[in-house]
Design a protein around this ligand. Structure first.
Ligand SMILES: Nc1ncnc2c1ncn2[C@@H]1O[C@H](COP(=O)(O)OP(=O)(O)O)[C@@H](O)[C@H]1O
Ligand SMILES: [Mg+2]
Length: 715
């Protein structure tokens, strides 16, 4: 369940902090805005509606007043006329059953006609106690019984003015034939009656009744006045016919709100527009609360109105009129629109603030986090100098500080471990070199010891031979002289001796023997030279510096290598050209330097031999010595052999670098030589080479060493 939830929101958690912030801020803002705008609108609509209902109710009260004003005015007017002497006279005459004089009749008629004209009403009738018409304003109906809704009887019974609304049939109205456009034949109309008692001024008795009747149907002013005074809207008057039908008596509605003032009077209002249904009217008829008002929202002409309705009763107490007032919701809508646009503006404003806030938050939180992330990424990719920028003093700032401290320590540790590693590597290298040197010098020393031993052993018999050669020469000379003396003084010999002399070719023997002894002399000289060279070369004196003649070291080496320099069956001899300068004795390890000469010279011979295999060259090794300063001498050993490529040249001093076949090359000769010259003698060893032209080794050796020890002399 919990993990499911986590999965649902994972996409959100995976978003960058900046996105999360923006989304959260935005949603919360939108929710609060929707809530605010929503409740605001609901409150405004709700409040507006109840205001509208109250407004419609109070406007309905005004409509009722407007409706009643006319009746009251009629009432006033006819009360005045009931005091008119001509009216009273006519009523008196009628009550005394006398016919009116034509003048009086005419006068009364005139009065009544003036009334209907002035008041724009339909009925003005004087009725006698016998309910017969004495005079009326329209068609002459004198003598007819006239007692609509028994109102006249009622006034006679109780002498008080009656003001009431009643329903009148079309037939009834037709009898009077008033000067107004009659309603549809057969239809009933709503009429407002006043019935005023006419009293005899002397007796105070009621002698007649003055009746006024005002038809409501087709009379727009009643409703348009309401619209005028209430600033538009809808106003209607309905009647309930005797059969209980609700019929529109008159109505007016403001057609266009906006340019009301510019319109001519007759187009200002749309007349006789009924309600879409009678539900409101029916409930108005049915209601029996104290104020008898019902309301409903009704759409008319595409606009919504809050409509209030109230019934009015006739004299008998039956509901005959329903007054209707519709208040347009336009104002509420305008209010709503205004408040909505205000809210929209504030929404936009809040959102802008929101975005600005998000920006500030981003700067305050996301940016440092981003920097820190970047820094740690760079650091983890090996950039040890990377540090996070501490922007603020908040938690992220603290984090950045700790990160920096950690990075500092890490890079320190890395540095030390790197140093240690380098030291270790250097030590390892040194160790390897020492090992190689040890092996080599061990080999050399045992070789040297052996060579020295052999030289020593050969030395004795050789000096034995060499020492006796002189005696041998003398003895041979003596014997040969003796032989000559014998031949001189005893020429006659016996045949046997003669035969033997012939056999051994005595003459030749006598000539050749001294030569033979000479060559023995040369041979033993040479053996002595070799022995000297061997002893010289194998000098085991590494423990101390000696003053040595380098030329004799080079010569000894050459002597040892002589067998390789000589003519060979498949090649000619290698010429050695010595260009020796005057050199002082050099402070050195002579044995070690001899080793160097040996290595370089034998390499030169190798290179020459290899070169000779393919090309016909005049093989030669040039050895040049020089004193270049008061402190330094140089030895150049130059061959015109194979030469080397640049890449090969770069590696020749590396241990175990060799281009020679296994068994022949070790790759150690030049490595050891380099160590001997540079480290043991503080000199320099250089090599120059041109492929297939030759190679030159240059040794530069100081004449004296910096810290001289007890020196011996050798040479
Ligand atoms: N005079 C030279 N001419 C050409 N190549 C040389 C010469 N001296 C040395 N070299 C090159 O240097 C390499 C290293 O020599 P060295 O250390 O004496 O080892 P090795 O002789 O056992 O091969 C040789 O294998 C050769 O390729
Ligand atoms: Mg070598």
């Amino acid at each position: 369940m919990n993990s499911n939830k986590l999965l649902t929101f994972k996409w959100f958690y995976d978003l960058s902090i900046r996105r999360k912030q923006l989304i959260a801020l935005f949603i919360s803002e939108v929710v609060s805005l929707v809530g605010l705008v929503g409740t605001g609108s609901i409150l405004i609509i709700h409040g507006g509606r109840s205001i509208l209902v109250n407004q419609a109710k109070s406007e309905l009260a005004v409509t009722e007043i407007n409706y009643n004003i006319k009746i009251n005015q009629m009432g006033f007017g006819f009360r005045g006329q009931s005091d008119n002497l001509a009216i009273i006279a006519a009523a008196q005459k009628h009550s005394q059953s006398q016919t009116l004089s034509p003048e009086l009749q005419q006068k009364v008629n005139k009065i009544l006609q003036n009334e209907i004209k002035a008041r724009k009403i339909e009925y003005a009738t004087l009725v006698g106690r016998d309910l017969r018409i004495i005079a009326n304003a329209n068609r002459d109906r004198t003598g007819e019984i006239f007692n609509p809704k028994n109102l006249v009887t009622e006034v006679f019974r109780q002498p008080q003015q009656i003001k009431t609304s009643e329903i009148i049939t079309w037939q009834e109205l037709a009898k009077e034939n008033p000067p107004l456009p009659l309603t549809v034949p057969g239809k009933e109309s709503l009429i407002r009656y006043t019935v005023t008692p006419v009293k005899d001024p002397q007796t105070g008795q009621v002698i007649g009744a003055l009746l006024s009747g005002d038809i409501v149907n087709q009379k727009p002013p009643i409703v348009s006045q309401t619209l005028d005074s209430q600033g538009g809207g809808y106003s209607a008057i309905y009647l309930q016919s005797s059969r209980g039908e609700l019929q529109l008596a008159t109505s007016a509605i403001e057609t266009n709100h906006d340019n009301r003032s510019q319109k001519p009077e007759n187009q200002k209002y749309l007349l006789n527009l009924p309600l879409p249904n009678t539900s409101l009217l029916t409930s108005a008829i049915a209601i029996t609360t104290n104020n008898n008002i019902v309301t409903e929202r009704i759409s008319l002409q595409g606009q919504t109105y809050t409509v209030a309705a109230k019934k009015l009763v006739n004299h008998a107490g039956q509901p005959v009129v329903v007054l209707v007032r519709g208040t347009p919701e336009t104002d509420l809508n305008i209010l709503l629109r205004k408040s909505l646009s205000l809210q929209a503006a504030s929404t936009v404003f809040t959102l802008i603030i929101d975005i600005v806030l998000a920006g500030i938050l981003t700067t305050a939180i996301t940016r440092p986090v981003r920097y820190l992330t970047q820094a740690s990424q760079n650091f983890s990719q090996g950039n040890m100098t990377e540090r996070a920028e501490v922007l603020y003093k908040d938690e992220i700032g603290e984090l950045a500080k700790s990160f920096n401290q950690m990075a500092e320590q890490l890079s320190l540790r890395q540095q030390t471990s790197q140093q240690q590693m380098q030291q270790l590597q250097a030590t390892l290298k040194e160790l390897k070199e020492t090992q190689i040197q040890l092996i080599q010098s061990e080999k050399m020393s045992s070789l040297g010891q052996m060579v020295a031993g052999i030289a020593h052993e050969i030395n004795n018999p050789t000096s034995f031979i060499y020492g006796n050669l002189l005696h041998l020469t003398n003895y041979t000379d003596d014997i040969l002289k003796l032989l000559q003396l014998y031949q001189q003084y005893y020429p006659e010999t016996n045949p046997e001796i003669h035969q033997f002399i012939k056999e051994i070719d005595l003459d030749f023997l006598q000539q050749d023997l001294p030569k033979l002894i000479d060559s023995l002399q040369v041979g033993s000289d040479r053996i002595q030279d070799i022995v000297l060279s061997l002893r010289n070369f194998s000098r085991l004196d590494e423990s101390a510096f000696k003053l040595a003649d380098l030329h004799s070291g080079i010569d000894s080496t050459l002597m040892i290598l002589n067998h390789r320099l000589k003519v060979q069956p498949h090649r000619c001899a290698i010429a050695v050209i010595k260009e020796y300068a005057e050199l002082p004795l050099i402070e050195c390890y002579p044995g070690q330097l001899n080793q160097v000469f040996m290595n370089i010279l034998s390499n030169a011979i190798d290179a020459l031999e290899e070169a000779m295999e393919n090309n016909s060259i005049q093989p030669q090794i040039q050895i040049r010595t020089q004193q270049i300063t008061s402190e330094t001498i140089t030895i150049h050993i130059i061959d015109n052999g194979l030469g080397m490529q640049e890449t090969q040249l770069a590696k020749i001093f590396d241990p175990f670098f060799t281009t020679k076949p296994v068994g022949k090359g070790t790759g150690l000769g030049l490595f050891i030589s380099y160590q001997i010259i540079t480290e043991k003698h503080h000199g320099q060893l250089q090599c120059l080479s041109i492929p297939s032209k030759g190679t030159e080794f240059i040794m530069q050796i100081p004449i004296t060493q910096k810290s001289p020890r007890s020196l011996g002399v050798c040479g």
